[in-house]
Design a protein around this ligand. Structure first.
Ligand code: NAD
Length: 290
């Protein structure tokens, strides 16, 4: 049976890597998309990136000029939160900080009092915890965990909080499909499924390096050539951001109440030194800045 998700307009908060990607795929799949950010600079960057990526898709004959123009016309870039009002769902993609997310959702819960869905793209924070900020709207609150880069990665991990209603889950599963993704459900435990398995593997790679089991490039080669991973765990950590990896390990250590999730001292040391990966030009490996 096909569920009617009832969504025509998608609101997004945060126009960074993830929010921008979610807006792009929403617009490409025919949804009116309103993206709000408190930084005008971030919105401008996001719009420029959309124009560039859609022009490239036309060049590579993955879409026509008309389709690209229609997708761009579907997107509204907004620097005031009221612009989100027509949304049938709001997907939050701001910094990974529980207090900031809760503040945003407490405000959204007062604006969206109908059957609109409130969703977070958090990669590690408890959905049930963030949902405490929305009061009675907790049944309409859910985790929609997209992957980076959003236009390329097929998965959306859909996470129910303790109070999420079946109707909300069904609508979000149907919406994810309509956005061209494969939605897979998971329960609300720190790290969900994806990071619970990925992050300890990355952390173990840092331990292997720290204990001198192999050089970083050899650890990555063993995992790419031997396990057919498209990217080694250390290069992947650089791509994700070493600070993000450390943060997710800390959330899991606390949330799962288990010291085996504590971040490797070498990972923490690189973060302390400001070697955060691609974004700072140096992490495990060096990335000459253009
Ligand atoms: P980002 O830093 O690229 O973008 C965050 C954006 O949010 C910025 O443009 C910032 O100006 C804006 N912002 C911050 N506070 C705001 C507020 N109060 N109101 C409106 N806008 C605000 O971050 P990102 O990498 O896109 O990550 C966003 C979320 O997605 C995080 O929760 C992260 O854990 C999650 N996530 C990230 C990845 C990834 O690989 N980057 C993958 C999956 C999930």
């Amino acid at each position: 049976m096909t569920i009617d998700h009832g969504i025509k307009t998608i609101g997004i908060i945060g126009s960074g890597q993830m929010g921008g990607g979610i807006a792009q795929i929403g617009a490409v799949h025919g949804f009116k998309t309103i993206i709000y950010d408190l930084s005008d600079n971030a919105l401008t960057k996001c719009k420029t990136l959309h124009e560039k990526l859609l022009a490239r898709a036309v060049q590579k004959e993955r879409m026509t000029q008309n389709e690209a123009a229609a997708a761009l016309a579907n997107i509204t870039y907004a620097s005031n939160i009221e612009a989100l009002d027509p949304s049938d769902i709001v997907i939050e993609a701001v910094v990974e900080n529980a207090d900031i997310k809760k503040q945003i959702f407490a405000d959204l819960a007062t604006r969206f009092t109908g059957n609109q869905i409130l969703a977070t793209n958090t990669s590690s924070i408890s959905i049930t915890d963030i949902a405490t900020s929305v009061g009675d709207a907790a049944d309409r609150f859910i985790g929609m965990h997209f992957f980076n880069p959003v236009p390329v990665m097929k998965l959306v991990e859909v996470i129910n909080g303790l109070a999420t209603s079946q109707e909300t889950t069904d609508r979000v599963l149907a919406l994810s499909t309509a956005m061209g993704k494969v939605a897979v459900p998971a329960n609300d435990r720190a790290g969900f499924v994806s990071n619970r398995i990925l992050m300890p593997m990355i952390n173990e790679a840092f331990y292997a390096w720290m204990e001198g089991v192999a050089e970083p490039e050899h650890i990555d080669q063993i995992m790419t050539l031997g396990m057919a991973h498209p990217m080694g765990p250390l290069r992947l950590a650089d791509f994700i951001g070493l600070d993000t990896c450390q943060h997710i390990m800390e959330v899991m250590a606390e949330g799962l109440n288990n010291p085996r999730y504590l971040a490797c001292p070498l990972l923490k040391q690189l973060v302390t030194a400001g070697r955060l990966g691609n974004k700072t030009g140096q992490g495990v490996f060096d990335y000459p800045q253009k």
